[in-house]
Design a protein around this ligand. Structure first.
Ligand code: UDP
Length: 467
C-alpha cells in the first residue's frame, strides 16, 4: 500500500514498562495490517528504551517524544501520583503539538485514529477535534478494569472509603461484595488499596480515567472472551468493549517478531544457568517493574525459598527495597549457592518459556499473568497494588492456576507454597489447567478466534468511520 494511503494510528502509552509493552504489541499487530504507526513516548521512557538496547522492533514505527515535565531525578513510577498529575496537567497540550507537527509533514499519511492508554483519557478530546476514532486501551485484566469502573457504585453502597482503620483488623476486608455483576468473588481485600481513602489522588485519578472510557469510540482490553466471559458481558452492557488479547499470542501466532522493549538491560546469562537445571525444577521469582517491599519482606522470601529446597531464579531490581538497597543475609546466600541465580532484570518471557522453569512467584501484574499463562507455568501470587489483588483471586479461585499468598510475608508460608506448587498432585493439576488456558488463548488469538475477530471488527468499523 502506498504510504500516503495507509491508515495512520497514533499510539499513546502510559509511561511504564507494563503499559508500553502491550501498546508496542498492539502497534506491531496494526503495523502488520498495513497501519502507519506513530508511537508517542515520554522523553524519559524513550531514552530508557534506547539505553537498554531494545531497539530491534522499533525500526518500522515513527517515534515522537513529549516531556513528562518532571525533573530528571524524579522517581516517576515510585511517586506515581505525581507522575499521573503531571501527565494529566501537561500531556494534552504536548499531544496537540505532536498532532500539529504530523499534520505539517508531507511524507506522513493523515492520522486516522488515536489509540491511547486508558489512563491517558484526555487524548479522546484530541481525537474528537481531529474527527478520528479515539480508542481507549486498558492494559489491566477485564476484572481489574471493571472494579475501577465500579468505584462510584462501591461508594454509593458504602463499601468505600473505609470508615476507619479498624476495618483492616476487624474482618471487614474479607467481606464479600456482591453488587458488581460478573465478579462473584470480590472481597474488600481485592479492591485496590487506594480506593480505601477517597482523598487519595490515585483513587480520584483512576475514577476519572475509567469513567472517561464511556466516551471512547472503542475500549480495548488485553484479555479474551473465553477467559473473562462474565465480566466482558457485564462490561458490554455499558461500553463498546472488546477483548483483543492476549496480544502476546496474537503477535506470536501471526508470525510477527517479538516486539518486547525493555526499560532495563536484561541479564541474559540466567538462560545458561537455566540450561543446566532439571526440567520443571526452577521457581522464577519476580515482582515486575514497580513493586517495592520492605527489608523484612525480602528476608522472609529469602528464607522461604531456602527452606523449599527448590532451585530458584530471583529478579531483584536495584530499587526493589523501599528507600534502600536490597541486602540478602550472608548466611542465606551461602546456603543457596549452587541452586540460585540472582538477576537485576531478566528476559522474562524467555525465562518463563524455558523447560527448567516449573513455577512463578509473581506480583500478579497483568502482563506477567498472561506471560505465565502463555508459557503454561502456574503461579504463587503476592500482589502489590492496583488490580493485582483481584488478579490473585481470579488466578487462585476462578482459573485455579495458582496459589494465593497472604499479604503478610512469612517464610514458612513461602516454603510451603513453593512445595505445593512444585511438588505433587496440586501443582500438576494447576499445570494441566494453565496449559488448557494457554491453548484457549492461542485459539482466541489465532485467525477465526474471538480476539482476532474482535480486532477485525474494530478495524472494519474504523475504516467505515474514516470514510
Ligand atoms: N519484566 C521483564 N523482566 C523482569 C521483570 C519484568 O521483562 O526482570 C517484564 C515482564 O515480562 C512484563 C513487565 O515487565 O512484561 C511487567 O509488567 P506487569 O504488568 O507484569 O507488571 P508491572 O511491572 O506493570 O507491575
Amino acid at each position: 500500500m502506498a504510504k500516503q494511503n495507509r491508515p495512520h494510528a497514533l499510539m499513546l502509552p502510559y509511561p511504564a514498562q507494563g503499559h508500553v509493552t502491550p501498546m508496542m504489541q498492539l502497534s506491531t499487530i496494526l503495523s502488520a495490517r498495513g497501519y502507519y504507526i506513530t508511537f508517542v513516548n515520554t522523553e524519559y521512557i524513550h531514552d530508557r528504551m534506547l539505553r537498554s538496547g531494545s531497539t530491534k522492533s522499533m525500526a518500522d514505527f515513527r517515534f515522537e517524544t513529549i516531556p513528562d515535565d518532571l525533573p530528571p531525578e524524579h522517581g516517576r513510577i515510585q511517586q506515581i501520583d505525581e507522575l499521573c498529575k503531571s501527565l494529566a496537567d501537561n500531556c494534552p497540550a504536548h499531544l496537540e503539538k505532536v498532532v500539529d507537527k504530523l499534520k505539517g509533514k508531507s511524507d506522513v499519511p493523515p492520522l486516522t485514529s488515536i489509540v491511547y492508554d486508558g489512563c491517558m483519557s484526555w487524548a479522546q478530546k484530541t481525537a474528537i477535534k481531529l474527527g478520528v476514532p479515539g480508542i481507549s486501551f486498558w492494559t489491566p485484566s477485564a476484572c481489574g478494569f471493571y472494579i475501577y469502573l465500579s468505584a462510584p457504585l462501591l461508594m454509593e453502597k458504602g463499601y468505600i472509603p473505609l470508615k476507619d482503620n479498624s476495618c483492616v483488623t476487624n474482618g471487614y476486608m474479607e467481606e464479600v461484595i456482591s453488587c458488581i455483576p460478573g465478579i462473584p468473588v470480590l472481597r474488600m481485600k481485592d479492591v485496590p488499596s487506594f480506593f480505601y481513602d477517597a482523598t487519595n489522588y490515585m483513587f480520584q485519578f483512576l475514577v476519572t480515567q475509567s469513567q472517561a472510557a464511556m466516551s471512547a469510540d472503542f475500549v480495548l482490553l488485553n484479555t479474551f472472551d473465553e477467559l473473562e466471559g462474565p465480566v466482558m458481558e457485564a462490561l458490554r452492557e455499558r461500553l463498546p468493549v472488546y477483548g483483543i488479547g492476549p496480544l502476546l499470542e496474537a503477535e506470536q501466532k501471526n508470525g510477527l517478531p517479538n516486539s518486547f522493549v525493555s526499560l532495563w538491560t536484561e541479564e541474559k546469562s540466567c538462560m545458561e544457568w537455566l540450561d543446566d537445571r532439571e526440567p520443571g525444577s526452577v521457581v522464577y521469582v519476580c515482582f515486575g517493574s514497580i513493586t517495592v517491599m520492605s527489608d523484612q519482606e525480602l528476608v522472609e522470601f529469602a528464607w522461604g525459598l531456602e527452606g523449599s529446597k527448590q532451585p530458584f531464579l530471583w529478579v531483584i531490581r536495584p530499587d526493589l527495597i523501599r528507600g534502600a538497597s536490597a541486602k540478602l543475609p550472608t548466611q542465606f546466600v551461602e546456603k543457596v549457592k549452587g541452586r540460585s541465580f540472582f538477576a537485576s532484570w531478566a528476559p522474562q518471557m524467555e525465562v518463563l518459556s524455558h523447560p527448567s522453569v516449573g513455577g512463578f512467584l509473581t506480583h500478579s501484574g497483568w502482563n506477567s499473568t498472561l506471560e505465565s499463562m502463555g508459557a503454561g507455568v502456574p503461579m504463587i501470587c503476592w500482589p502489590f497494588f492496583a488490580e493485582q489483588q483481584i488478579n490473585r483471586t481470579y488466578v487462585s479461585q476462578i482459573w485455579k492456576i495458582g496459589i494465593a499468598m497472604n499479604d503478610v510475608v512469612e517464610r514458612r508460608e513461602v516454603e510451603e507454597m513453593v512445595k505445593r506448587l512444585m511438588i505433587g498432585k496440586e501443582g500438576e493439576e494447576m499445570k494441566k489447567r494453565i496449559c488448557e488456558l494457554r491453548d484457549a488463548s492461542i485459539r482466541a488469538a489465532n485467525k477465526g478466534g474471538s480476539s482476532y475477530n474482535n480486532l477485525e471488527k474494530i478495524l472494519m468499523e474504523m475504516e467505515g468511520k474514516n470514510r
